[in-house]
Design a protein around this ligand. Sequence first.
Ligand code: C2O
Ligand code: CU
Length: 561
Amino acid sequence: AAVLEYDWVVGYLAAAPDCVEKMVIAINGQFPSPTIHAVEGDTLVVKLKNNLPTEGVSIHWHGIRQRGTPFYDGSAFVSQCPINPGETFTYKFVVDRAGTYFYHGHLAMQRVAGLFGSLIVSLPSGKTEPFSYDGDLSVLLSDWYHKSIYQQELGLSSIPFQFVGEPQSLLIQGRGKYNCSLDLPPGGSAATSSPDCLQCNATNPACAPFVLPVQPGKTYRLRIGSMATLSSLNFKIENHNLTVVAADGRYVEPFVVDNLDVYSGQSYSVLLTANQDPTRNYWVGVNVRGRKPATPTGLAILQYLPNSEHLLPPTPAPTGPVWNDFAVSLAQAQKYSAKKGLESAPPTTSHKLIIFLMTQNIINGYTRWAVNNISQVPSATPLLAAFKFKLWNAFDQTPPPRRPPQYTNNKHFDIFATPNPNTTHASLGNGVYVSKLGEVVDIVIQNTNTLVPNNSEIHPWHFHGHDFWVLGYGEGVFDPRNSTKTYNLVNPPLRNTVAVFPYGWVAIRFIADNPGVWPFHCHVEPHLFVGMGTVFAEGIHKLPHIPSQTLGCGLTKPTRW
Ligand code: C2O
Ligand code: CU
């Protein structure tokens, strides 16, 4: 195995992802940040210099379990202090399993500013994939806002609450095209509208769509991942079927789709055969799912060589399923099962069950998200260090509830009803769910109605440090006695990110076998920002030695000069 070293500088960059110039947070002047290609077993050494003059930064390696290196997980105020302006921090960890992963900023909303990239881990020579292909391609999907993350953060933490709204553009590998007509004053023309639109109309090479070149007749492994802020996405290539073979770095039993749902934080490998009319090119289209679309289709081009990449497909842009047909999304989610012989089955029983009730609440006038009535706020001291050094004043010592109080007070509470914000009792907190090392834990994530009548939303939940089995999905309220009977305990898929659908629940099982302190949260950034997350810890008596570069903030400040 090799040691791969990277010298990275994080800084602001003027860039035009959708051909309107804005500020992004970039690495080495690139947006998206550089793609890392590694081989299973390699050690990555990333020297990260923070050149942002006014803010700290940290980088999370999404999907990498960080066994033995929980302090390099990159979650600010959980695994480390933010890296201060001017400072350099060195991440060093092993990528122990082939697959398609990501890295991204994990402090406030920096990911939304474009601080993300792909981390692709291949099998070492001698090991072969359980499917064959002629070429390897990858696309990173995202959504894009014209409002700065600072304005977005301000709106989310104001009274009255101002939501970030729908994104302006959808990006494929960092490229999109803003719909300038959205900016037009009534009766105005593009030439008289905002400066944004003038750039849009300019013949700007940055406005050209991303191109995926293929040789007719060949089969490609296409890696598709999403780093979206808010949007659940649907990916489709005109006239082509996709065979799904892997999800979140784990093998699944192959199945064929015409379009693929991709939730923020998830990655997929699909096989794509270039078996259509080779005299033309085809649209690759990305559309919003689960929220009333206010964003145009994101487009890229599947180029059949030797056609020119400028040869535009003669057909209209692809549309996905109807945005609010959740039955379609649920049916696709239920198609996943672990690849026989290559992935393990879960333990048949668990030691404990935690039920997460996700609610939107008003706390002291602020609009927040909460899990079991606790809305997460970061602690000023990294929690890993707090456990290691027994800094018990650093965070709430009362563990968060394992059951939503609503279940105990009234087990027939109505998740379809609009909650009355005056009768909820949520509060801010940062307690931790502590598991015994080796414990088998089930978590059921239960969706509810938001504060808006007749509205329930998709939430993709991501776990750091672990893959978990997705045991099942259900509609309505989870019933601990009966719902468990529908679990798949034979070949459930292993994932690190799973979507909870409106007015439904999802059940997962994991083994707490990775000593460390691990965030588990909704990957929708504005949801996490207002509290939709929690933290698990295990093996706290076996925590490794913590490098001093992760310390220095909160109660880990040096006490002597
Ligand atoms: Cu990709 Cu904690 O997230
Ligand atoms: Cu969410």
